[in-house]
Each structure stands twice: as C-alpha cells, then as structure tokens.
Write a protein that binds this ligand. Structure first.
Ligand code: GLN
Length: 472
C-alpha cells in the first residue's frame, strides 16, 4: 500500500512522478472512510476537497529541490493551535474554539510543504493514558478495537497505524507519545525538553511538556524532527541548540553505535511487568548486542518515586494552566471539565496551597532534583538506557477508566523521564502471543536525539516489527 512507504520512499516516488501528492491524500481519505468509524481517531477531519486542492497545488509547484516533507499528508494531536481550524484539546471547554494563530510546529510543517489532514482525538488536556478521557468518544486500538490505543496522543498513533496519514505530531508530558506508540506499533519520540517549540501547544504541565514526532519508523521520525526542531522566538524555553541533520546521520548508524553501552536498570524489569513484555525487551537487547553494543546492568533505586513526583508536579502545573479557561476567554465554562481533569485540578490546587506547599509541592520538586541527578549518574555509566514503555499490553476499553489508580500506574515507566528532561525514543519491540504490540524505550542524555535515532534505526534494520500493520 502506498502509505506503507517511508517518507524517503514517498519523496522519491513523488520526485519520479510515480505517484502524486493528490494520490497520497486520496489514499488517506479512503483509509479514513474505512477506519475512522472503527477507531474514532479524528476529532476534526480537514474537508477533503480542501486537502486535495492543496495537494494539487503542491504537485504543480513541485521542484527537484522540494524539502523531504513536501506534499506529504500528516495529522496533529488536537492540542495544537491551527488558525481557522478548531482546536478542542478533546474538551467541551474548547469545543468551538477556533485559534487565531498557528502553533510553531504546525507553521514549520506547512512551510516545509506538508499537508494537514486533521486533528486527532486524545485524552482531554493530555490527562490520561488511554484516550478515553475525551469529550469526543473513546479512541479504539486498530489492533483490537475492544482495546484502547494508549494516550494521551492515542488518535495520532491509531491514525498512523492504519495509514490515515503518513505521520503525526504528538505531545508528551509523561508518556503521551511513547505509550500509544507502543500499544499501536508505531515509532514515537519524546524529545529533550526545549528541542521543539511548545508555542501554540495547549499547556498541560509546562515544565514537562514536549512536542514530538510519531511515525512508522525511526527514519521517518528523524525527518519530521529535522523539519520541526529548533529555537523559536515565541517560546523562551525552546533551546538555542543547533539542529543536526538527523536523517543524514543515520547513514552508517551501525558503525557509530558499535561499542556504545546500553544500561539496563534492574528495578524496571521487576514485579508488575508482564513477562511477555520483559522477554520481548530482553530479546531486543540481544539484537542490539548483536549489533556490537555493550550491555551493563544498572540500578535505579529512586524508580518507585517517579509516579509520586510526576503526579504531584503535573497536577500542580495543570491546575495553574487550566485557570485561564474561566468561561470568559475561550467559551465553554469550567463545568465542562471531566471528572479526571477536576480530580487533577483539585490535587494540584491542594498541593500548591499555603500550609501544604512545603509538604507536597516543594518536596516533589526536591525529589525531582534527585531524579535529575539519578539519570545523570546512570547516563554517565552508559550511553543509553533501555526500558519497557508500558507494564502491560493495551487494556480493554473501560478497564482503566474504572480504576483511576491503575490508569496512573500504566505510565510507571514513562513519567520519570519528563521531570528530568532527557529524550526517549519508543520503538516497536515485538508482539505478544495474542498478537498485541509491545514497545521499548531508548533513553539518552540531553539533546542525544541523534544517537537514539541511530540505535533505533539500526534496530529497525535488523527487525521487521515496525513494518507490520494491523489487519484492516
Ligand atoms: N498519562 C499521563 C498523564 O495522564 C501522561 C500524559 C501526557 O503525557 N500528556 O498525565
């Protein structure tokens, strides 16, 4: 199928006029017609004629030096501002909100010539790990529609998995790109904090929020990051760090990663981890060993404190960020917040209030500093850490919603990364006997995206998990 091709292959085919952008966009809408009723991955689908018109214009204006994403169809999590197209963040509070400006990531993709197909369903405000906490109906996992796709960027992962677009942009505060990538068998990158501008991305927890690529392969994610990363005058926390040519650096990845060391923190492979997932990650580590990488067992004694640190600081920041939805500026009033979001606003407000601030918020910030030191120490003993993305496979729809605590536990392996700020690449690592996808995280030092891509790319050159798509 056309949309199974990588971005590089698509670009080559477009340049050679084997097919057109119009063909690609038509294919997206064909897949949408078949898969949207099953998955409910979209909140807003761009009008087909509008997208086709754009594709035809791109086809007509194409030059031999067209940039890598020129004429390629993509989707955005519905947390990004898009001028003239509604941005709901999956909440009734913003049901009718039409932003007057574009998020930087969207502006850069448009400038690169990519074509927007739609805005994807998610957990409202990023609050969740299953894409069920949405006012637009739960998203379904295309590998088994009885199951959730993960979240909060679940619509993006489901959409890419069934090729309703060539790639997606998600947002990750505590796992929201990695978790649905793992459960839907797509590749996703949580970037270093500040690597990609957050301007125009609806804020969840501002000191954790990151904007990153979701695609069919590491190679695709490298191309997407190359087009979207970099300093931005509109976001003072975006880093003035030069953007390397991530795709060019993939050439020779195998020789570059040889002799690099993988750290495996033993606490992350203990109780609570599904044995099939453990076995799959261990087998994947063997593949990396086969590529010449060294493996070192390490210890992360702080691991258990990741969830409490995250679930104190993230609600604190969200309680402050969501204060702006006061019914005056954005339309829908606060009674529209879901129970999950109300719970977070209350926990956050409580943790920040006089008398409790020292006991909860300040203590969590101190523990966060310890986590930063812990990751620094671990990453001084190795080049990257490898760990699972989720402790279980995708649960059935309704399971996590019925048990808010289990919902938080689903993120046990992803949440401690964001308070630290380091990057983490989630790649398909295999399947369970029942045929459900499993993901692996490769975590690096600050701004080590190049190395993560090289390792992930070498891994995907040796394995075919990432090429498998759900039966449609
Ligand atoms: N599931 C986590 C939470 O609910 C992470 C969400 C995210 O990364 N946006 O906070």
């Amino acid at each position: 199928m056309l949309l199974d091709l990588s971005i590089r292959e698509l670009q080559a085919g477009l340049a050679a006029k084997k097919f057109s952008s119009e063909d690609l966009v038509r294919k997206c809408y064909e897949n949408i017609a078949r898969e949207q009723p099953r998955t409910n991955a979209f909140i807003t689908i761009v009008d087909k004629e509008t997208a086709l018109k754009e594709a035809k214009e791109k086809d007509a204006a194409r030059t031999p030096s067209a940039p890598p994403l020129y004429g390629i169809p993509f989707v955005l999590k519905d947390s990004f501002a898009t001028r003239g197209i509604r941005t709901t963040c999956a909440s009734n509070v913003l049901r009718d909100f039409i932003p007057p400006y574009d998020a930087t990531v969207y502006r850069r993709l448009r400038e690169a010539g990519a074509i927007l197909i739609g805005k994807m369903n998610m957990d409202a405000w990023g609050h969740g790990g299953s894409s069920e906490n949405t006012d637009f109906g739960a998203v379904r996992n295309p590998w088994d529609i009885e199951r959730v796709p993960g979240g909060s960027s679940g619509g993006c992962a489901a959409g890419v998995a069934v090729r309703m677009a060539a790639f997606a942009i998600g947002e990750d505060t505590g796992g929201s790109i990695r978790n649905p990538s793992a459960w839907c068998n797509t590749t996703g990158l949580k970037v270093t904090y500040g690597r990609v501008s957050r301007y125009g991305c609806v804020a969840y927890a501002s000191s954790f929020d990151t904007v990153g690529p979701m695609g069919k392969s590491v190679e695709d994610c490298a191309a997407i990051l190359e087009a979207t990363a970099g300093n931005d005058l509109h976001d003072a926390t975006s880093a003035p760090v030069p953007v390397p040519s991530y795709t060019a650096e993939l050439a020779g990845a195998e020789s570059f990663i040889k002799d690099k060391t993988i750290g495996v923190p033993r606490e992350l492979f203990g109780e609570g981890l599904d044995p099939e997932i453990r076995a799959s990650i261990m087998a994947s580590i063997d593949v990396l060993k086969g590529l010449g990488m060294q493996v070192k067992e390490l210890s992360m004694p702080l691991f258990d404190y990741g969830l409490p640190v995250y679930y104190l600081i993230a609600p604190s920041e969200t309680s402050s960020n969501l204060a702006r939805y006061d019914g005056v500026r954005y339309g829908g009033d606060r009674s529209n917040f879901t129970e999950e979001t109300m719970r977070r606003i209350m926990i956050g407000t409580y943790a920040l209030s006089a008398g409790y601030y020292d006991a909860y918020y300040r203590k969590a910030q101190k523990a966060r500093t310890l986590f930063i030191a812990e990751y620094k120490r671990l990453l001084s003993e190795c080049d990257v850490l490898v760990m699972p993305v989720n402790p279980t496979v995708a649960p059935k729809v309704g399971e996590l919603m019925a048990d808010p605590l289990a919902n938080l536990l689903a993120d046990v392996y992803t949440v401690s990364i964001n308070p630290v700020g380091v990057p983490s690449l989630a790649v398909p690592s295999g399947f369970t006997k029942a045929g459900l996808p499993i993901g692996m995280q490769i975590v690096g030092k600050m701004f080590a995206e190049s190395l993560l891509f090289q390792i992930g790319h070498a891994f995907q050159s040796e394995t075919d998990y990432h090429t498998r798509a759900p039966k449609v």
